[in-house]
Design a protein around this ligand. Structure first.
Ligand code: CA2
Length: 166
């Protein structure tokens, strides 16, 4: 079973309560239950976490290396400031999808830069909560294909290879 860690950055705990014209009406709980439902359908294990602290997000990324196959992250405002989160993602080397509810390129200039995009497998922005569901499907497809490829490109054991040559 593939295991995916989903990380929500600062202030995303406020989803649905304020700034609905930008971030929509769904709460973080609603979003997480939609992710859990899809994970069940795709037979994935998901771990869902939110933090307002950069250090905590870095710790969760580092820890994911041992127990997870991939990461989905909305780093929120840390997208535009955090070299620490970028370095953690690069260090663990897990396929990571960056998600934003809003289209960051349509907004203020300071939101156009992402420190995370350069180390991410992919990036989804502007599709609201649907973006997270697409990220889950996309990461699942990517990890499944990578697993299949690893299986088929496994070297033939020495004894079998030797027999084959006789
Ligand atoms: O569009 C996104 O998902 C963002 O990552 C959201 C961040 C913002 O700093 C990024 O530029 C784009 C902000 C998250 C704050 O979420 C709130 C939700 C409800 C009410 C207030 C803030």
């Amino acid at each position: 079973m593939l295991r995916i860690r989903v990380l929500h950055g600062p202030n995303l705990n406020l989803l649905g309560s304020r700034e609905q014209s930008i971030y929509g009406t769904q709460s973080l709980d609603d979003l997480n239950s939609a992710l859990r439902t899809l994970a069940k359908e795709l037979a994935l294990k998901v771990d869902l976490r939110q933090s307002n602290s950069e250090g905590e997000l870095v710790n969760w990324i580092q820890e994911a290396r041992k127990e997870y196959d991939g990461i989905i992250i909305n780093p929120a405002a840390y997208t535009h400031t955090s070299i620490a989160i970028r370095d953690a993602i690069a260090a663990v080397g897990l396929p990571t999808v960056e998600v934003h509810l809003s289209n960051i390129h349509q907004r203020e200039e300071f939101r156009h830069q992402s420190y995370i995009a350069g180390v991410a497998l992919g990036l989804i922005a502007g599709l609201g909560p649907t973006g997270y569901l697409l990220a889950l499907r996309g990461l699942c497809d990517h990890l499944t294909a990578a697993k299949r490829q690893k299986k088929t490109s496994r070297p033939v054991p020495a004894r079998r290879a030797a027999k084959g040559t006789k």
